[in-house]
Design a protein around this ligand. Structure first.
Ligand SMILES: Nc1ncnc2c1ncn2[C@@H]1O[C@H](COP(=O)(O)OP(=O)(O)OP(=O)(O)O)[C@@H](O)[C@H]1O
Length: 402
């Protein structure tokens, strides 16, 4: 090939390559454009979401024959609303959460099931597994609870015949960890009742602004699940004597208490819902709550005495392989002042110590080690509690002097 022909050939090759290069660049730019278009669509939809007015949440109450629906709106009253034609009416069963347009006139969406704070605020056990056998000591408390809670739930006709009214509410009081919750669960078990438990301090600290509604809905639920026991732990958090109801937090607590009293007053003594409350601070309770027809039966759950501690050791070592040198009475003597919860941790700690020492049974030495460990921690805790209590008493007196 002549040198001129070679030049023409090379120019053609360069041109073809150049065209290929440009084509691949076009393909690359097209794919970039597609990606950017996708991004634009995404951001446009985000902007639309941000700019669209909020919807109103509501709960379906009833579907009417004319295709309209009665809903309970979260903002207050019941409303009769239309339904967007794309939503099948079969989806709108009573209790279904839906979204209304911002004018509140039409159901525009069916919402997925979601947990209401009131559901999160309570523990529900269909029938607790705890029985009276799991309680050490407290025989008198068990007898009284059976009489005022279990018997009216199981045999209301006995009370009707004789013509006496059992209490609607029972208040268990005493130091923490001595079996109040245990007693309430066991009586629910023996009565075949649903156990619904809420914690006073959570109502006012964790579910702020929702306390009164939660109380109302918990009792509604209890009526549905009857026979039921509503257990309110730390009731002092909502039912303490108020020094000042000026702040919004205090007003909220007051509203929650008012709702609770209204619920209790709304029951009849022989209704199949009983209320058991627990507190470590009976001394600060508002007398309104202890009036007849409310929590008018008070049951003290004190620190266990020597025999109580022995019984509690017996309960918690029931499934344990014990060495021959273990004397539960001696352990009870060595644990003066211990609560039931502390005895339980002594037993667990002793078990751990046996495992650590490759023993197949738990011997006296394990218990002595565990008692020292748990009781010395207890001393530090009690000192702190004493100090805090002392301080709060001082704050109280200072307030009263002002
Ligand atoms: N009398 C008891 N017999 C057997 N175990 C007990 C007894 N008292 C307490 N316990 C043990 O301690 C644990 C805590 O007790 P419980 O929750 O009933 O105490 P409480 O009085 O309700 O305390 P709090 O005021 O802290 O709620 C129980 O789960 C149980 O293992």
């Amino acid at each position: 090939m002549s040198s001129d022909a070679k030049k023409v050939f090379k120019a053609e090759i360069d041109e073809e390559e150049y065209v290929r290069l440009l084509e691949s660049k076009i393909r690359f730019l097209e794919s970039e454009r597609d990606k950017l278009m996708m991004k634009i669509r995404f951001y446009k939809s985000e902007i639309e979401k941000l700019l669209s007015p909020p919807l109103i949440e509501a709960i379906v109450v009833n579907v009417l024959k004319n295709g309209k629906v009665v809903v309970k709106s979260s903002t207050g009253p019941n409303l009769v609303v239309k339904v967007l034609s794309s939503i099948p009416l079969e989806k709108l069963r009573p209790g279904q959460h839906v979204a209304l347009n911002n004018r509140g006139s039409t159901i525009v969406d069916v919402l997925p099931e979601h947990e209401d704070p009131y559901v999160k605020s309570m523990e529900v056990i269909d029938r607790p597994s705890v029985t009276f056998e799991d309680i050490g000591g407290l025989k008198e408390q068990v007898r009284e609870l059976r009489e005022v809670v279990e018997l009216p739930l199981k045999n209301p006709e006995l009370f009707e015949e004789i013509g006496i009214e059992p209490p609607k509410g029972v208040l268990l009081y005493g130091p923490p960890g001595c079996g109040k919750t245990l007693l309430a669960k066991a009586v629910a078990h023996e009565s075949g009742a649903t156990f619904i438990s809420i914690v006073g301090s959570e109502l006012v600290q964790k579910f702020i602004g929702e306390g009164a509604r939660i109380v109302r809905e918990v009792f509604q639920y209890a009526r549905k699940k009857a026979p039921a026991i509503v257990f309110i732990d730390e009731i002092d958090a909502i039912a303490a004597r108020r020094l000042d109801i000026g702040t919004s937090g205090e007003r909220e607590v007051q509203r929650t208490l008012m709702q609770l009293l209204a619920e209790i007053d709304g029951f009849k003594p022989l209704d199949k819902v009983k209320i058991i409350a627990a507190t470590n601070r009976i001394d600060i309770l508002d007398p309104a709550i202890l009036r007849p027809g409310r929590f008018d039966r008070l049951i003290e759950v004190p620190l266990p005495d020597l025999n109580g501690r022995y019984e509690i050791f017996k309960v918690h070592t029931r499934k344990m392989k014990l060495g021959r040198d273990v004397d539960l009475y001696e352990l009870a003597r060595l644990t003066e002042g211990a609560t039931g919860a502390e005895i339980k941790s002594i037993v667990t700690e002793a078990g751990y110590n046996a495992i650590r020492n490759n023993r197949r049974q738990v011997i006296r030495e394990d218990f002595i080690y565990a008692i020292k460990k748990v009781m010395s921690k207890k001393k530090i805790r009690d000192k702190n509690a004493e100090y805090l209590m002392d301080r709060s008493e001082k704050d109280y007196s200072r307030y009263m002097l002002q």
